[in-house]
Structure formats: structure tokens, C-alpha cells
Design a protein around this ligand. Sequence first.
Ligand SMILES: *[C@@H]1O[C@H](CO)[C@@H](O)[C@H](O)[C@H]1NC(C)=O
Ligand SMILES: *[C@@H]1O[C@H](CO)[C@@H](O)[C@H](O)[C@H]1NC(C)=O
Length: 159
Amino acid sequence: MEARNLLLLLLLLAVAAFVATGDAHSKFRHLHLYSHNADPAVSVDLHRNNSFGNILVFDNLLREGPDPSSPAIARPQGMAVISDLTGAKAFTAYTITFIAGEFNGSSLSVLGLTTTTEVSDRSIVGGTGCFRTARGYVLSQYVNNNARLEEYNVYITFS
Ligand SMILES: *[C@@H]1O[C@H](CO)[C@@H](O)[C@H](O)[C@H]1NC(C)=O
Ligand SMILES: *[C@@H]1O[C@H](CO)[C@@H](O)[C@H](O)[C@H]1NC(C)=O
């Protein structure tokens, strides 16, 4: 093999190794949790026919299981703006701050629509601490139509 070809081959191998290492550094987690919801504060109430335009502020607790005594893992805190004319959907902007476990102190930033009747599919647009470069999504759904209990599946990719 010509020296130049050998050099090219070595360069390609180095690039391949670099790309492989880059992938190995990207981590993925799926967390299955339950949100135990407190009554939100209605911070803006327009007193119209329905709730369109109202703003609610929430501070909930994500626990390992549906049992209220199961360990608390994180706090979803933020706001919901009723953004659908029929009042059926709310735009939410919130953080999920971890208060226990390997991600204690880190947080995820979440944006998206939520409804009480279907699975809500919201985007993870970033984070802090371990989750600085996070991307992903949150699927949540009320358990037995009970607004106080939501099943949460959180899918996170971070480096
Ligand atoms: C409230 O409902 C009435 C009658 O259904 C309608 O005429 C009116 O436009 C509604 N107002 C608002 C602010 O939605
Ligand atoms: C989480 O971190 C906080 C602040 O560093 C600490 O006070 C707390 O004990 C930690 N909680 C757990 C369960 O590790």
C-alpha cells in the first residue's frame, strides 16, 4: 500500500473512532413516575364563559409510584395558560427539578400542550446540571380521570 493511501486509511479510522466515542458519550434515560398534583393557583381568571386565557401556576411532586407515600423524586413547577378557545387545552412551560437520586439538583425544561382527556406529549427543550444539553419528551396522562394523579413517562437524551 502506498504511504499516502495508508495515511488516508489511518485518518479515516481516527475519524470513525472519534465519531464512535461521541456516540458513546450521549446518554439516554427513561423514567416512569407519577405526578401527585396539588391544587394549582389560578393567578389570572378572566371570568369569561370558559377558562380560555386563564393562567394557572403549579408545584407538584413526581413520586416513584401512585402511592402518596412512595419516594419523591422531582418537582414539576411552572405555569399553564388555557390556550384553546374551547378551554380543553393548556400551553405549559415548566421545569422538572430533581430532589433525589442520581440527578438530584438537576432540572429539565419542558414546553407543550396538555389536555385532561388524552396523552400529553411535551418537549424537553433543555436542562441544567447533568441535563445541560438535554433533549427529549414527556408523555403524561391522568390516571382514572383524576386530575390529582398523572402517570409520567420521561425520555431524556443528554451528554
Ligand atoms: C359567552 O357566551 C355567549 C352566549 O353563548 C356569547 O354570545 C359570548 O360571545 C360569549 N363570550 C365570550 C367572551 O366568549
Ligand atoms: C439532594 O440535594 C440536596 C442539596 O444538595 C440535599 O440537601 C438533599 O439531601 C439531597 N437529597 C437526596 C435524597 O439525596
